[in-house]
Design a protein around this ligand. Structure first.
Ligand code: NAD
Length: 297
């Protein structure tokens, strides 16, 4: 069993630290919120007065904080982790922060002679309590293997994201998709209600189509991902249908910001001569517009 310094005892960090204690690890905790520290002490942790104290004599240091600036200040600031951390210890940042901040932290930690990886988590505080988080590990194979006994206390699945900085990248991509899709879903459900359509009927239809199942596993594999843009459903027709939906929404006073933005992407693809290609060509178009090399001739 290991010694762990745990910094950041909020909704997520508190149950994660508690699960490390339950797993038999010796846990020293720090948070600016004294009540959160006290609750963990009652659960078997010892209290640290500073991040430095949490890090001293700890084989692992875990940070679970609201943003990148706080993670940096806890690591490099006054009485920070690096003022007492051993070069043989491993710092694991489990917060959700900007990937470029993670890259800079890993670079600065390495330059200072310290070992760091990131392992942000998927799912929610309900899963944190049950020890069923999805651990998105960014680091070397050795770092991940070393941290795995801790991850097993806090989560039910570890994904090796493919190297330093990739854990936070997959976390952000996943959240981007979920968060934007939530807004798009709100538009579809609101329009449905505004035009008098029963939501359950809409749901039933959409659960059998890309609307409910997403495109990555339905339309894309046989088309744009296979390098085939011959039309199964023509981009021009998708543009027309999107236009009808937006006009309908306009007439019943439903704002459709996601839909309106999507139409611009279809318009860009049409202007680039892709109107008679498959609708999945919007992916190839956006890649090219973003300066990435065209994959499909
Ligand atoms: P939270 O706000 O509940 O907890 C943050 C904790 O950090 C608080 O206890 C706060 O007192 C402490 N803190 C702030 N500044 C500090 C400092 N300088 N030193 C020590 N402690 C300090 O947030 P949370 O929900 O536990 O989220 C933590 C991280 O996990 C965030 O990056 C969040 O995006 C991510 N996350 C949250 C969820 C979720 O469902 N809540 C899910 C996945 C990932």
């Amino acid at each position: 069993m290991s010694s762990v310094g745990f910094i950041g005892l909020g909704q997520m960090g508190s149950p994660m630290a508690a699960n490390l204690i339950k797993g038999g690890h010796s846990v020293k905790v720090f948070d600016i919120n004294k009540e959160a520290v006290q609750a963990l002490v009652s659960a078997g942790a010892s209290a640290a007065a500073t991040p430095a104290e949490a890090a001293s004599d700890s084989e692992f240091i875990v940070t679970m904080l609201p943003n990148g600036a706080l993670v940096r200040s806890v690591i490099f600031g006054d009485q920070g982790v690096t003022s007492s951390m051993s070069p043989s210890s491993l710092l694991i940042d489990m917060s959700t922060i900007h990937p470029f901040e993670t890259d800079a932290l890993v670079k600065d930690m390495t330059a200072a002679g310290f070992d760091m990886m990131e392992a942000p988590v998927g799912r929610t505080s309900v899963h944190a309590i049950k020890g069923e988080l999805l651990i998105l590990a960014g680091g070397t194979k050795e770092q991940i293997a070393r941290a795995q006994p801790l991850f097993e206390c806090m989560g039910s699945e570890t994904v090796d994201a493919g190297g330093a900085g990739m854990g936070i990248r997959v976390k952000i991509i996943n959240n981007y998709m979920s968060i934007a899709l939530n807004a798009l879903s709100a538009e579809a459900a609101t329009l449905s209600e505004a035009i008098g359509l029963d939501f359950d009927t809409a749901l039933k239809v959409m659960s059998g189509t890309p609307a409910g199942n997403g495109h990555f596993k339905t339309t894309w594999p046989g088309k744009v991902l296979a390098g085939d843009l011959s039309p199964a459903f023509m981009l021009d027709l998708a543009h027309k249908d999107l236009g009808i939906a937006l006009d309908l929404a306009n007439q019943v006073n439903v704002p459709m910001p996601c839909g309106a933005a999507s139409r611009e992407l279809y318009s860009i693809a049409r202007a680039a001569g892709r109107g008679r290609q498959d609708w999945t060509a919007v992916f190839e178009q956006l890649r090219v517009t973003s300066g990435l090399e065209a994959k499909i001739k």
